[in-house]
Each structure stands twice: as C-alpha cells, then as structure tokens.
Design a protein around this ligand. Structure first.
Ligand code: CS2
Ligand code: MN
Length: 389
C-alpha cells in the first residue's frame, strides 16, 4: 500500500514534517479554502502541490473535491456546477493528480455524537450513539415527523435523557452533531440546519440515487478521457439520519452503482470504518469482489457496542478483522500489480496530543500509531506470502 496521511493544509496543526516523520510518503488533501461549487484553478493546485513536494512528500489523491448540495438535489445551477466540477478534474489531471475522493451524503458529512470518549487506557476516541441523535432530533431540533424514525423505547429514553441534561450538555451535543467535523464542508446552527433539511423534503433514497447516477453520467466520460478516477466515500455512519437518505452504505449499493455507470472512472474509496459500522458488510469479501474499482483505502476499525452504538477502536482492534482485510488488499495488489494508496482513517487522541490543539480524529500520534501498525501488518502478510515488500 502507498502510505498517506490526510493533511488539511497550512492551518492544520499537524505539519508536513510530522507526516513525513510518521513514515508516510504522500498526503491526501484538498484546496480547503476554495468554496464548494467554485472550480479549482491549475495555479492553485500547482502551488499546493509544490509546497507539499518541497517537504519531501507527494500528492496524488484528493480528499475531497466536494459535490455541491445543488448537484445532490438536482437544483438550480446543476449544469454550471457540473461544468466547474469537470474543470477542476481537468486542472487536477494537468497537475498529475488522478484520484479524486468525493461523497454523496446529503447535508452532513461524517457524524459522531461524542468526540472525547475515554478509552480504558486514557486515550480519547470518537463515538456514535443513535440515542444521542434522537435526543437532538426530537428535543433540540424538534424535526416534524421525527418520531417515525425511532423505536418507541428510544423515544422514551431520549425524553428522559434530555430532561436530565444541563443546558451546557445540550449545547455541546448540538455543536458536536451539526457544527461539523474536519473535512465537512459546512457548519450549521440549528435554525440553518432546519432550512437545509427542508431542501431534502422531496428527495428520497430513489431520487438521491438517480441524482448520483446523473452526476456520474455527466462527469465520468470527461474523467475517463483525463485518466482520473473518482472514488466515492461511503456514508458514515452507513444508515439514514435526520430523515436524510443515504445510498452508499452497503456492498449492494456500490455494486449497483458500478453496474449502472460502468465507466472506468467510477470508483470506490473503501472506508473500512464506515462500511464496518454495519455488521452485515463483509469487509474482506468486499475487497475481493469490488477489487479493481477500489482506488483509495481508509483503514480503521470500529467496535460495535450495541445496535446503533459504536466507537472508533485502535486500528488493529475492534470489530473489523484487520488482518483478513489487509490480506485481501495484499492479494488484490498482487493480482493487479499495483500499490493502492491508503491512510489510517482517524486515530485516538493520546499522549502529548491530549494537551494540544487537535482536529477531532486527526491528531498526529494516534494516526501515527495506526499507520505503524498497518504498515507492520502489511509487511508481515507480504513476508508470509513469500513476496516481501
Ligand atoms: C471522514 C470524511 O470518514 C471519513 O473518512 O474523515 O471527512 C471523509 O473523508 C469524506 O466524507 C470523504 O468525502
Ligand atoms: Mn473514511
């Protein structure tokens, strides 16, 4: 695997030197200061790339080139936004960058309900609890019709929980859920969130799927010609939230998408932590079956605590069988004669990072531990298979 780490640009508390010392050979990054919907210019891409290369690192994978909400809802300006998307792809290709991550999650990117969940060793992990979403949805947001989305027992426990919460705890929950995690394109207030949700009143899962296909049919021919692969990041978590449809959650979702839009450029960012939050996703089997479509790997594990509750485990712990997964990746790379870019997707906040300014999920030391463990695992597997790296 080609070892990378995500870098949020010059304002990231983690420096390029840190990333290089962690043993990565590349960063995955984006032009985070360009507004969603504006084209990325060749000059801006080249300048970003030159800064990365001068630190001794490469940049071949974008994460992410965001898809505007008006593309997801097929709203006004669709055509213009598609043209700008293709323009950005052409400018990236001109700079030698040919793997472009995006997601098709409405409104919210990845979602957690606790950013400082203490592990037994004192490190802090990200956690998701559907009950906490229910508290926010039913009692703070007070979304019309929300009761339909939760089991009666959860509605009752959410009411008890809300009553017991201090004003500060309520505010914190609100902030955690909708004020955005790193990489999210927008942050919301509760009022603004209500308005944005309303844009999806007429967009159910089938409509969103059709809009995703329309997006791919519009951009993939150009991407094919440019030699660029678009890799879709799955839904995180992989189920509907706030009544918003989510359509890239399972192997079937992805297989149907590839069958419907067979262009070479229609690819997958295989995020083990996102798919792995559903126990019905067979992760190593997905690597075997989706093989040549996979252009980028996010490796991390989640621990299922109960239905609708998980936390991000250390990279080789938790519910994912990481050894089987990396063995499947190794087989795929051998079969196709390529090295797939991967990153340790998130890490625990630990050691010196506990007292530092860090971005949730993206502190250095936890990700460095993850990268080191994954690198060792791959080397061991390659050695045992008789093809040492
Ligand atoms: C997150 C997202 O789960 C994740 O990997 O860090 O920011 C993710 O990178 C984007 O949704 C990809 O478009
Ligand atoms: Mn991911």
């Amino acid at each position: 695997m080609t070892q990378t780490m995500r870098w949020f640009g010059p304002s990231d508390p983690v420096s390029l030197r840190d990333i290089r010392q962690a043993g990565a050979s590349e960063v995955v990054t984006a032009l985070h200061d360009v507004a969603n919907g504006k084209a990325w210019t060749r000059e801006a891409i080249a300048a970003h790339k030159a800064g990365i290369e001068s630190a001794g690192l490469g940049w071949t994978v974008v994460e992410s080139l965001p898809v505007h909400e008006a593309i997801k809802t097929r709203g006004a300006d669709w055509q213009m936004l598609i043209e700008r998307y293709v323009e950005s792809l052409a400018n990236l290709a001109a700079c030698g960058i040919r793997t472009v991550t995006y997601n098709f999650m409405p409104v919210l990117d990845w979602t957690r309900t606790d950013l400082k969940w203490a592990m037994p060793d004192g490190a802090l992990a990200l956690r998701f609890e559907l009950d906490a979403v229910a508290v926010y949805d039913l009692h703070i947001l007070r979304r019309a019709g929300a009761e339909r989305d939760y089991a009666p027992a959860m509605i009752e426990s959410a009411a008890r929980r809300f009553d017991a919460m201090s004003a500060q705890a309520r505010q914190q929950l609100e902030h955690t859920i909708i004020a955005g995690l790193p990489g999210s394109e927008e942050t919301f207030t509760t009022d603004r969130f209500r308005e944005v949700l309303a844009q999806y009143d007429d967009v159910d899962a089938d409509t969103l799927r059709a809009n995703h296909i329309a997006f791919l049919e519009a951009v993939c021919p150009a991407a094919d010609d440019l030699g660029v692969q678009l890799v879709v990041h799955p839904d995180d978590p992989p189920f509907a939230l706030f009544g918003l449809p989510r359509i890239v959650s399972t192997e079937q979702d992805v297989a149907a998408l590839f069958a419907r839009v067979p262009n070479r450029s229609n690819g997958l960012c295989f995020c083990a932590g996102s798919f792995g939050a559903r126990s019905d996703n067979d992760l190593p089997g997905m690597i075997d079956r989706l093989g040549d479509r996979i252009g980028f790997l996010h490796l991390r594990s989640v621990e299922h605590e109960a239905d609708g509750i998980f936390h991000e485990a250390a990279h080789l712990e938790g519910s994912a069988d990481m050894a089987s997964l990396v063995a499947a990746i190794h087989r795929l790379q051998q079969r196709e004669g390529r090295s797939i870019p991967m990153r340790p997707d998130h890490g625990h906040q630990m050691m010196d990072d506990l007292s530092k300014r860090t971005l949730p999920g993206y502190s250095l030391i936890g990700r460095m531990r993850g990268l080191a463990e994954l690198r060792g695992l791959e080397r061991g597997i390659a050695y045992a298979a008789g093809v040492p790296l």
